[in-house]
Design a protein around this ligand. Structure first.
Ligand code: PTJ
Length: 270
């Protein structure tokens, strides 16, 4: 399918360009069909936070980076959507954190694994875990395709970053005693609720910021990093995120009421 050029002056240009990347990813077999739906859900939640990185997201991203820097075996899990939207940025983050990238797919096909592997290599990734030619282990608590993990990656990781997760795995990883960092625009999702640290923001905006934080924080002692991560309370975080969404909606409703009053005063009825 021919790529649709988004006009430069289109008011929704950024959002539409991001959408094009997901569609293109689907055409290249990187993104699963269900990934298109997942993206639409993400877009809706992004509206609710005003399509910008909030202070709450910054705070959770700092705690997330602290946890990843303090880890003995941090791993970044990559699926189709995260690859289509942030292959380059996740590759840089992986280098700064010393956390390998591991392909882990819910809708696994060999064609998708190969397409994602190619895209990550093109983005500069030198070492990719989770491919069919690697030693694998199983997460017994899981029945989905995600149960197959790399023996030198998620299987032995103490901290795992899971962007755009589908919810079945975070709980299982937590049950295995791992610290899970999620990036998910939906603070109500099972992943968001079960993760140790949930960053409620768009992967496109937050991963570049996490790279900056990782560069700033990489010389902090492990003790201090651990204390930053452990003092983060995810329940408070999620509650603040939901409150933020509600106040964003309230202010939108308020604007409409104000506009209606002005129109009525001016005698405009429609
Ligand atoms: O590539 P696969 O086979 O592993 O499959 C990946 C998908 C995403 C299809 C799979 O994990 C899935 O079905 O996920 P869900 O259950 O739809 O959850 C995805 C979550 O990511 C939802 O809570 C969305 O709100 C959120 N999300 C979507 N786009 C973004 C996002 N979060 C952050 N940034 C986004 N751009």
């Amino acid at each position: 399918m021919k790529k649709t050029a988004v006009p430069l002056d289109h008011p929704r240009r950024v959002s539409l360009e991001i959408r094009e990347r997901v569609i293109e990813g689907h055409e290249k077999h990187i993104v699963a069909m269900a990934g298109l739906l997942a993206h639409g859900r993400g877009e809706a939640f992004d509206y609710l936070i005003g399509e910008k990185t909030t202070d709450q997201a910054r705070e959770s991203a700092r705690a997330a980076v602290a946890a990843l820097l303090a880890a003995n075996h941090p791993v970044i899990s990559v699926n189709g959507n995260s690859c289509a939207l942030a292959a380059k940025e996740l590759t840089v983050l992986s280098e700064v954190l010393g956390a390998p990238l591991e392909i882990n797919l819910f809708y696994y096909t060999r064609e998708r694994e190969d397409a994602i592997s190619r895209a990550l290599k093109k983005a500069g990734a030198k070492r990719i875990l989770g491919t069919h030619d690697r030693p694998s282990s199983t997460i017994p608590e899981l029945s989905s395709n995600r149960r197959k993990v790399d023996s030198e990656g998620i299987a032995v990781a103490d901290v795992v970053l899971v962007p755009l997760e589908d919810g079945d795995r975070t709980e299982a990883l937590r049950a295995l005693g791992k610290l899970v960092v999620a990036i998910d625009l939906n603070p109500l999702s099972r992943t968001a609720r079960h993760a140790s640290i949930t960053v409620v923001d768009n992967i496109v905006r937050i991963v570049p910021l996490m790279i900056e934080y990782a560069q700033e924080m990489k010389d902090i002692s492990k003790e201090e990093l651990k204390s930053i991560a452990s003092s983060f309370d995810n329940r408070t975080n999620l509650s603040n995120c939901v409150h933020m969404m509600m106040s964003h909606l309230e202010s939108e409703a308020h604007d409409w009421e104000a506009a209606r009053s002005v129109a009525q005063e001016g005698g405009i009825t429609r």
